[in-house]
Design a protein around this ligand. Sequence first.
Ligand code: ATP
Length: 270
Amino acid sequence: VRARVMQVEHSPDVTYEDIGGLDEQMNEVRETVEMPLKSPEMFTKVGIQPPSGVLLHGPPGTGKTMLAKAVANQTDATFIKMAGSELVHKFIGEGAKLVRDLFEVARENEPAVIFIDEIDAIASKRTDSKTSGDAEVQRTMMQLLAEMDGFDERGEIRIIAATNRFDMLDPAILRPGRFDRLIEVPKPEIEGRELIFKIHTRDMNVADDVDFGELAELTEGASGADVKAVCTEAGMFAIREDRTEIRMADFEAAWEKTSQAEEPDADDSL
Ligand code: ATP
């Protein structure tokens, strides 16, 4: 069961250089996750505890998972990912046990970065907690809080959670000693989009007429994942015309196509 819900990767190959437009967020993650792993003695000497858990929140596809992977890469740590939704929906009744397993795998593979995506699936405030499904969700969350409470903050395991439903979260998980450091990961501004275009075209055969500044302007509202999709689609346009060089017009057509495909999802922005 473990293997099917947990993604375990030693020192994943994402680096800070692969992430565009999140300098502030990157610095915060370095300070709160990387520093305690790399220089725990600093915290001991100064006499403070690093934050227990870090919560990344923001819209889908903005680089939250990348940030967590990049820290694991930088610290040569094992990256252990689990999605909140899988914890409670995939193996009914197994949620609490899976949380125990998660921390056990982390202890066996120190240093480790535990990444819990979609934390809202096990930690949302609910109006009706009487159904049995909800009781199971509740138990899973209690187990997570128990693991975090019995945790050595100066140890070799760090926990990062992510959500794109921050408004739905149960405030209990945000208390001191839990996910007490919040980092907002927003959609990129124009400068960020330009950087992300440059990152995702690093290995592409791009024509001289391609203007990343103009593309950044054009793709207002796009997430990092959207920008990546535009780059891939632009490459497809070139392939369809049997060209190996990707032109500005390909990127423009790709944006037209991918942004139209997204429209039915307009209330994603909530
Ligand atoms: P979700 O909430 O959907 O899990 P997420 O915020 O964790 O999303 P990621 O999985 O980190 O998003 O991003 C998805 C993909 O989009 C990445 O693999 C990367 O290719 C691209 N991407 C997203 N944000 C950025 C960024 N800031 N810089 C470069 N690439 C990005």
